[in-house]
Design a protein around this ligand. Structure first.
Ligand code: PMP
Length: 286
């Protein structure tokens, strides 16, 4: 079945879907995005993702391209046209198409909106979680507005590639104080020896992950204490468990950091429990 992409008002065959060369997303990374999980054909936590999109747009002073209801129709329609049951939907909004000039284009220049959807293999994802993933650490060389979900992801791209070349799934960024900020495309967590879940506060240095937010509720329901505070790689290496969260991976246990095993070197039971309960707390379908 051929894939379909939404581009500025039209549903187009994926292979021929394109955007103008002077789109500001292409020229300046002047845009934002969201990735939502799709489960049983329904968007997961779309409301929270669209709240974050609104915030990202506001922070960059990009006018919302359409009302939330219309955007939800496009997201759901793209999922439907691609017959995605289990997978992801990707949404990107840029400051539109205009002659190349760093300053903002003329008032009224329409934002560009693209939406794509693709299927993921749930069996392969479960197998990945059952096996656990490896992480490397890299210096955090990003700008200080990583709370905005912009398409400017070059440090993340380079870090992820470095991880792959080291046989790892993810790279954890380390800030100037030696604390873990987050992964190249995930939030980072540990479970300490005394049973507290620790993740960095979302005020600085990280993207406030939607999965992270919802997982706080799962943790509370499981009677786990959550400490929002920075942690170091040394503390992570002493932890009982470590894991990463994102809409595309939900919860993935981390079994090694920089080649050193975490806990007994196998996926942590708490991480797997949180993963198995996540969708009891996530909102499906709006
Ligand atoms: N941090 C970064 C840098 C990310 O790219 C992502 C994934 N979009 C996350 C954290 C996790 O966010 P979410 O749970 O909303 O997918």
């Amino acid at each position: 079945m051929s894939r379909i992409a939404y581009v500025n008002g039209q549903y187009l065959p994926h292979e021929s879907a394109g955007i103008h060369i002077e789109d500001r997303g292409f020229q300046f990374s002047d845009g934002v995005y969201e990735v939502c999980e799709v489960r049983a054909g329904r968007l997961i936590d779309a409301r929270l993702h669209l709240d974050r999109l609104d915030r990202s747009l506001r922070e960059l002073r990009i006018a919302p391209p359409m009302a939330r209801g219309a955007l939800l129709v496009v997201l759901n329609e793209t999922v439907r046209r691609n017959r995605v049951r289990e997978g992801l939907v990707y949404l990107q909004v840029t400051r539109g198409i205009a002659r190349r000039d760093h300053g903002f284009p003329a008032e009224g220049t329409p934002a560009s909106v693209i939406v794509t959807a693709r299927a993921l293999n749930p069996t392969a994802n479960e197998a990945k979680a059952a096996k656990g993933v490896k992480v490397i650490s890299v210096p955090d060389n990003r700008w200080d507005r990583v709370d905005i979900k912009t398409v400017g992801l070059l440090p993340n791209v380079l870090a992820k590639q470095q991880a792959r070349e080291a046989g790892a799934f993810e790279a954890w960024f380390i800030d100037a104080d030696g604390h873990v900020t987050e992964g190249a495309s995930t939030n980072a967590w540990i479970l300490t020896a005394d049973g507290a879940l620790v993740t960095r506060p979302a005020e600085t240095g990280i993207l406030r992950g939607i999965t992270r937010t919802v997982l706080m509720e799962v943790a509370a329901a499981e009677g786990l204490k959550v400490e929002e505070r920075p942690f170091t790689i040394a503390e992570a290496l002493r932890a009982r468990e470590a894991f990463v969260t994102s809409a595309s991976s939900v919860v993935l246990p981390v079994i090694a950091i920089d080649g050193q095993p975490i806990g007994n070197g196998h996926p942590g039971l708490v991480a797997l429990k949180l993963r198995s309960r996540f969708h009891d707390f996530a909102e499906a379908g709006v």
